[in-house]
Design a protein around this ligand. Structure first.
Ligand code: A3P
Length: 313
């Protein structure tokens, strides 16, 4: 039996876990202001666009696969002062909801969950800057942006598409890489996304971080996040947060690793959500000629931008 994916999601999560195994249809992409999105974003667009942010809302923004879940866990741990029990109160996508997540009007949407959430609220988005609801800027909200180098983002996105039935079929690695370079993937071109947020960082209250920096020195970057959140965190708590947000710990934490979702939505037998968590895994995927083509295309896309990623070309 094939049911609309939103029904299965809620049934399986909250009511009928035994319903696992029912086929979920992969979505088509739809354009919103020329940017492709899966139907589960496009279907609620007017509500998302008119979302009323509050001045103390904290937004985490990333292109998909840049470590948004990692940052969600970090901000929740900071706001709970490292309390491990509190941070296991619900799956990460419930603790820090995805603003644009939408399945059906009769069931919880990102905006619906946020409407009922106590302030200060924390939420995540993969929207490009030009599509972020205006109220965030009117309310002068803070945003933590995490950027990850294009090649590792592409590799991670490919494996995520294989695993997650809420994304369109990826096709072969080669085909998916082409689509990524052309920006014909969910949430649009990586290049425009990172450049747009980079240009906005001096106009709004945006803390711009790099996945590669967090990997290199999590303590240093977590301290930046805590300071940005105006939280004083004791030294022992910082150490605890570094540990609890490490790849190794998050990988085994059901409240962070998405294993609370049924296999019909995310089949982690194909590829784990917490897959490798490394910098440079692209070297295991790109052929020499593909790498040359990618670099040439990358240079053209990024030529006028001062945004630079370290040690990745
Ligand atoms: P890989 O597929 O390269 O392993 P997002 O949360 O934005 O979807 O990003 C997912 C990517 O971030 C995955 O990358 C995942 O493994 C990685 N990730 C999640 N938590 C991490 C952590 N604590 N440390 C390092 N990488 C992490």
């Amino acid at each position: 039996m094939v049911l609309p994916s939103f029904r299965i999601l809620e049934m399986e999560l909250d009511y009928h876990p035994e319903a696992r195994g029912i086929t979920v249809r992969r979505p088509q992409l739809k354009l919103l202001e020329d940017v492709p999105f899966p139907a589960w974003v496009a279907g609620n667009w007017e509500t998302v666009k008119n979302f009323q942010a509050k001045p103390d809302d904290l937004l985490i923004a990333t292109y998909p696969k840049a470590g948004s879940t990692w940052m969600q866990e970090i901000v929740d741990l900071i706001s709970q002062n490292g309390d491990v029990v509190m941070c296991k109160r619900a799956p990460i996508y419930r603790r820090v909801p995805v603003l644009e997540y939408f399945m059906d009007n009769t069931l919880p949407t990102g905006t619906g969950v946020l409407a009922k959430m106590e302030s200060p609220r924390m939420m995540k988005t993969h929207l490009p800057i030009q599509l972020v609801p205006k109220s965030f800027w009117e309310q002068d909200c803070k945003t933590i942006l995490v950027a990850r180098n294009a090649k590792d983002s592409l590799v991670s996105y490919f494996h995520f598409h294989r695993t997650c039935n809420l994304m369109p079929e990826p096709g072969t690695w080669h085909k998916f890489s082409q689509k990524f370079m052309e920006g014909k993937v969910s949430f649009g071109p990586w290049y425009d996304h990172v450049k747009g947020w980079w240009e906005a960082k001096d106009k709004h209250r945006i803390l711009f971080l790099f996945y590669e920096d967090i990997k290199e020195n999590p303590r240093r970057e977590i301290l930046k996040v805590a300071e940005f959140m105006e939280k004083v965190v004791e030294e022992d708590v910082i150490e605890k947060i570094v540990h609890l947000s490490s790849f190794k710990v998050m990988k085994d934490n059901p409240m962070a690793n998405y294993t609370t979702l049924p296999a019909s939505i995310m089949n982690q037998n194909i590829s784990r959500f917490m897959r490798k968590g490394q910098v440079g895994d692209w070297k295991n995927h790109f052929t020499v000629s593909q790498n040359e083509d990618f670099d040439e295309h990358y240079e053209r896309q990024m030529v006028n931008s001062s945004l630079k990623f370290r040690n990745v070309l």
